[in-house]
Design a protein around this ligand. Structure first.
Ligand code: ZN
Length: 221
């Protein structure tokens, strides 16, 4: 029951994203720029001339890597001359701008990332251990609560970071004259749909946390 809201929201977000991305990856940008070129313009304008923009395999595998200080774009967005490609590329550049500006939540999320990664790995161990050692069930629940607390916090911090990156992206695209007003609307649709998948991840993790808290309360009785 606790899993249903996050699951439904997740499915809905995926449908919305594939619909918006599918639609706007067929709409050409008037400037004729590729995603990679748009990212380059934004980065160069911010003085990030040495930051590499590279192509990676996979569908929507686009990301900014703060440890490598490099932008990675999926082939479709790297060489696509579409509203979706330019929008996604600008969004990833937005993360580079956040890093450059030492945006507090971006830095916090970056520090939280390895902790979250460790926590989610630890959760798998806890999950199986709880099946074998029934006598420590209550202790396992408590550890799981801490783990899901960390994961929920991570998803919570991710949301404003994602929305801020999209805001920076649209601001720069418009300021540099890379997109027209009506193209900006298409970009918003793609980026808002992408952000919704992060909302779904937050809801899933929050519901899991609530489930564990109820389990802990019931097992104490
Ligand atoms: Zn992002």
């Amino acid at each position: 029951m606790f899993a249903i809201p996050g699951l439904l929201l997740g499915i809905w977000a995926q449908i919305k994203l594939s619909h918006a991305y599918g639609k706007y990856s067929k709409v050409a940008v008037e400037s004729g720029m590729t995603g990679a070129q748009a990212a380059r313009r934004i980065l160069d304008d911010a003085g990030l001339n040495d930051m590499p923009v590279e192509e990676v395999p996979g569908h929507l595998s686009d990301h900014y890597d703060p440890t490598k200080r490099a932008l990675f774009l999926s082939s479709e967005n790297f060489s696509g001359r579409t509203v979706a490609a330019v929008g996604v590329a600008a969004h990833e550049s937005g993360h580079a701008l956040q890093h450059q500006a030492a945006y507090g939540l971006f830095n916090f999320r970056m520090q939280l990332a390895p902790v979250t990664q460790f926590a989610s790995m630890a959760y798998m161990g806890i999950f199986f251990a709880a099946f074998i050692f029934h006598q420590f069930f209550h202790q396992f629940i408590e550890i799981a609560i801490v783990i899901f607390g960390i994961m929920t916090l991570f998803h919570l911090v991710t949301l404003p970071v994602e929305y801020d990156a999209s805001r920076r992206a649209k601001e720069q695209l418009f300021r540099l004259g890379l997109v027209r007003e009506d193209e900006r609307k298409g970009i918003s649709k793609v980026l808002d749909a992408a952000a919704l998948t992060y909302v779904a991840a937050l809801v899933s993790s929050l519901m899991q946390l609530l489930y564990l808290l109820t389990l802990a309360r019931d097992s104490r009785r």
